[in-house]
Design a protein around this ligand. Structure first.
Ligand code: ADP
Ligand code: ASP
Ligand code: MG
Length: 407
């Protein structure tokens, strides 16, 4: 007998028929003698619909009330799934995040899970029940409802699995595993049988939304066996593992991630002296805006040009701050561009293979794709290019690194 945590995403519970199909699937795991905890997302489109309703009342609504609103999506699906299980004769109980004490900090809309009290869930499992838990939500120490950021049900599932010491955490979604790149952009993408936590973390933080970043962090930290599978077809899916395979033939690159959520800011002609980087980025950091890539160029005339990227949603605020800084520092000009994307090659195989970056740059050059910024880490090379090249660049690199599926 195993303890399994399963998570079903928005598309997988997107209609009554699909909720009934999920119930069948859960029942079959339960019938085989497993203890099953199910975490569900809101029905697909529901979270966006709720956000839109709020915007019609206030473009900048109270974060506390926003979380009260958004958490309702998942409350609908837990109840419907529990009913669907009852219809199949399975004893099941649904719980909101607060009811199973998913305690978070108070950072509304991006709260972090601090602690889960598994007592109630364990008691239900011991009594032979299936437990259905609302994803994406928790409560802070004052009892206020919080949400965990978009895609946060993944993190609820992994955190539940860690708290209950589950044998496996299964993420059921609308693809049958983690692919070499988003199959919606490159139909030749191939399913990976395994990928390391480290690679998955780089893929997720470079824009692959198949798993929320925090869920991968959590799984790596607590060593939760994690698998991504299809809700609609049988299959092994993709296992996210701790160890790298000792395969000499190991691929140089495991996957290609991309993000459309990027924007770039440049400040030119800044008098160059120690502390300039701090003076430029300090106020951005104080405004809680995350900076991703940074490039600094030194000019001959004793000035410097400084470029950095932020999340596209943060561009208006970042630009306002940077203009103020430019006045204070006597810089020549400030520019911004939100028509850019980031593309990243990821693979632990990079550690033992040279020349990855140059192969990447050549492949892009052959297609006349201009690279605007570059950054590298031990297992990743990322570039910024014009957004109109996204599909072409991803497909070109997919082919250049031999990732295309055979046939
Ligand atoms: P869910 O609603 O089940 O949480 P998501 O939409 O969050 O599903 O994640 C699944 C989607 O992630 C897929 O439909 C796919 O388009 C996208 N995706 C992006 N990168 C990848 C990748 N490397 N492998 C698989 N899917 C990916
Ligand atoms: N319903 C939330 C969202 O759409 C959480 C999730 O689906 O994981 O982001
Ligand atoms: Mg998701």
């Amino acid at each position: 007998m195993a303890l399994i945590v399963q998570k079903y995403g928005g598309t997988s519970v997107g209609s009554v028929e699909r909720i009934l199909a999920v119930a069948e699937k859960v029942k079959s795991w339960h019938d085989r003698g497993n203890q099953v905890v199910v975490v569900v997302s809101a029905m697909s489109g529901e979270t966006n619909r709720l956000i839109e309703l709020a915007r019609q009342i206030d473009p900048d609504p109270s974060p506390r009330e926003m979380d009260v609103l958004l958490s309702t999506g998942e409350q609908v699906t837990i109840a419907l799934l529990a009913m669907a299980l009852h219809r199949l004769g399975v004893d099941a109980r649904s719980y909101t995040g607060g009811q199973v004490h998913i305690r978070t900090d108070s950072a509304h809309s991006k709260a972090r899970i601090m602690d889960i009290d598994g007592t109630r869930v364990r008691a239900d499992l011991e009594a032979g029940r299936v437990v259905v838990v609302a994803g994406f939500q928790g409560v802070d120490e004052n009892g206020a409802i919080t949400t965990l950021g978009r895609g946060g049900s993944d993190t609820t599932a992994v955190a539940m699995a860690a708290a209950l010491k589950a044998d496996e955490c299964q993420i059921y979604t609308d693809v049958d595993g983690v692919y070499t790149t988003d199959p919606r952009v490159e139909p030749k993408a191939r399913r990976l049988e395994r990928i390391t936590f480290e690679e998955m973390l780089e893929m997720a933080s470079s824009g692959s939304k198949v798993l929320q970043i925090r869920s991968v962090e959590f799984a790596g930290k607590y060593n939760v066996p994690l698998r991504v599978l299809s809700s609609f077809e049988e299959g092994e899916g993709t296992l996210i593992t701790l160890d790298e395979e000792d395969d000499v033939e190991q691929a140089k690159i495991s996957g290609i991630a991309f993000s459309r959520d990027e924007a770039k800011l440049t400040i030119r002609g800044v008098p160059d002296h120690p502390g300039v980087a701090y003076q430029i980025l300090g106020p951005i950091g104080e405004a809680n805006i995350e900076v991703d890539m940074i490039v600094q160029n030194i000019g001959k005339d004793g000035t410097t040009d400084f470029t950095f990227t932020v999340h596209r949603n943060d561009l208006p605020r970042a630009l306002e701050i940077l203009k103020k800084t430019a006045d204070e520092l006597g810089a020549r000009e400030v520019e911004s561009d939100d028509k850019i994307v980031k593309i990243a090659l990821v693979g632990v195989g990079m550690r033992s293979h040279a020349g990855i970056a140059s192969t990447m740059f050549k492949a892009l050059a052959d297609e006349q794709i201009n690279i605007q910024m570059i950054s590298t880490s031990e297992i990743k090379v990322s570039v910024i290019v014009d957004e109109k090249y996204l599909e072409l660049a991803v497909r070109t690199l997919h082919d250049a690194f031999g990732l295309d599926a055979e046939n």
